[in-house]
Ligand binder design. Sequence first.
Ligand code: FRU
Length: 353
Amino acid sequence: MRRLLTLALIVLASLLFSACTAVAPATTAPSGAAAGDTATATATEEATTAASGGEAAAKDKFLIGMSQANKGEPWRQAMNDQIAAAAAQYPELEVVFADAAQNNAKQVADVENFIQQGIDLLIISPNEAAPLTDVVAKAYDQGIPVIVLDRKVNGEKFTMWIGADNQLIGKKAGEFIGQWCKDNSHTPCNVIEIRGLEGATPAKERGDGFREGIAGNPDVKIIASQNADWLREKAIPVSQAMFQANPDVNVVYAHNDPMGEAAVISAQNAGLDLSKIAFVGIDALPTPDGGIKSVMDGRLTVTYVYPTGGAQAIDWARKILEDKEEPPKTVVLETEQVDSTNAADLYTKYGGK
Ligand code: FRU
């Protein structure tokens, strides 16, 4: 079959050559299967198709694979919901979701699976950076555009990253706490930190940023730091043990709202005066169980908006696939501090019901 097509191409080329010598080089230039597939196309059509990415240019349906680190957490479900809602506006985009349930090996397999399925674009929010780096690079090296959301991978082998600045969020939290400790005359001001999963980039960035933020007030001391992997269930026993070992805690810095809420419960169970402790979280989901409402109800003292980036990911996916737009390598999303002065307004602003 290939031979026949090649033969046809040669005949066509020689015919064209005799008709007009100027067109001949363009007709014979493309090599391999692509040239054979377009053997009947005119020289101009052939050149246009090749320049705009061959077969992809003719597509009117696109399959997007969304690899989620863990769907069990409300913030991640919100990300998936935003992706689904944004994609629903474009009938030509179909999104298939995979849930790695916080398992790196499962997430690697999910991405491999997507590659096998022939997805046109990959969106991934990686559980941990190092274990997911190679499979993301593999997809990218095969020419699949890759949008990395929120947590990062190592290196540069992805198309773009979309997320908020976790270092900045940590710094803002640290500065808030530096001031809160001053205002409440805590010298020293004892902080316990409940960290996110260590191999997930926001955990390091939120931890480092916080340390930067509290540097302005030398009375602020981090007296204990433990990992609860972002999970509320895990943060309950972890914070309970931390309160037992450190009865004079002034501040809890939790790397996300679910772990902050868990610390509130543990402090309550330990019989501590909650009004004397500052509870800090991050995420600020505008939902009845989310962080903004928690600040409104006086459980969390402060939290920070951490947008999921779901809508932006679909917006960019569409631009990459349909408009052939070259995206920026990094898109940084805005954050906002949520405290008792603005929580009610922000709940409305972010569409809370
Ligand atoms: C959900 C989550 C969020 C957090 C984000 C960091 O898995 O833990 O609560 O802000 O991941 O990547």
